[in-house]
Design a protein around this ligand. Sequence first.
Ligand SMILES: Cc1cc2nc3c(=O)[nH]c(=O)nc-3n(C[C@H](O)[C@H](O)[C@H](O)COP(=O)(O)OP(=O)(O)OC[C@H]3O[C@@H](n4cnc5c(N)ncnc54)[C@H](O)[C@@H]3O)c2cc1C
Ligand code: FES
Length: 262
Amino acid sequence: MKPDIVLAEVVSNTELASGIFLIKFEAPYLAETAYPGSFVMVQPDNGTDPLLRRPFTLSGVSGNMVEVLFKVKGRGTDIMSKWEPCRIVNILGPLGNGFSISVDIKNAYLVGGGMGIAPLLFLARYLVARDVDVKIFFGARSVSESITLEDLNLDRCDLYYSTEDGSKGYEGFITEQLNNILKSDSVNGFLNSSIFCCGPLKMSEKVSEYALSLNILCQVAIEEKMACGVGACLGCVTCTKGDKYKRVCVDGPIFINTDIVW
Ligand SMILES: Cc1cc2nc3c(=O)[nH]c(=O)nc-3n(C[C@H](O)[C@H](O)[C@H](O)COP(=O)(O)OP(=O)(O)OC[C@H]3O[C@@H](n4cnc5c(N)ncnc54)[C@H](O)[C@@H]3O)c2cc1C
Ligand code: FES
């Protein structure tokens, strides 16, 4: 089904951590058509200020509802943080290519840094429902700046945390913890395993290095500033391997690690 403009109703808007909100919308069309890794363009205000829609990954779907997990950054997200239940919001979606999920997949390593965890929440629930063994690696600077995943309906996923200050989980970068687990899992080999990654580019590059060295398929979500979200404005163009220019909104936002120019 094609992306469409829908009028979605805010069901709840909860601050999970300082400046980080989980918003649930009643939006039957989006709930039916969304796929892991897809995103939506949300209009922060009914007027023209701010003019542009803002891109957000869908972090979950349940029944007629879709979820967006977002962090307050500037004017648009500040407006969104004040939305109350019953508010009607104009949303375009679902957009983007989404994660490519092999029918043979058995083991998935999901690696999220900061707000990069958002698309992986949807993906994790989708994979668990298909009996895939899911390990989630979630890195943050400090527990005080971050959400925790325990209350987010991630049953049957193994959760690994790291914080740079050691306030939760492993002290250091999440890539180090991923590396440790990959080493111990390597005794069983990585047939039918995949890595899915979203977060700061440096983190994703490191994850990609591990994936290449162990011959594990790896997909990476990329962020670019977006104006239209549908391939028309060329505002989100990025250069991929072989000097190929791609629009992140329609050719991505998910790319195979070997296609990315780091
Ligand atoms: C495909 C995609 C999915 C995203 N998913 C999430 C998510 O699930 N949760 C979340 O918290 N954030 C997500 N972001 C980032 C989010 O779009 C920005 O934080 C948000 O647009 C900031 O808007 P603002 O008005 O508050 O900030 P401002 O800085 O005032 O925004 C000004 C302009 O810059 C654009 N912009 C600013 N920062 C970004 C950014 N990092 N990426 C893209 N455009 C940006 C805005 O859309 C707007 O047009 C995603 C970005 C992309 C491209
Ligand atoms: S945001 Fe307009 S082409 Fe991608």
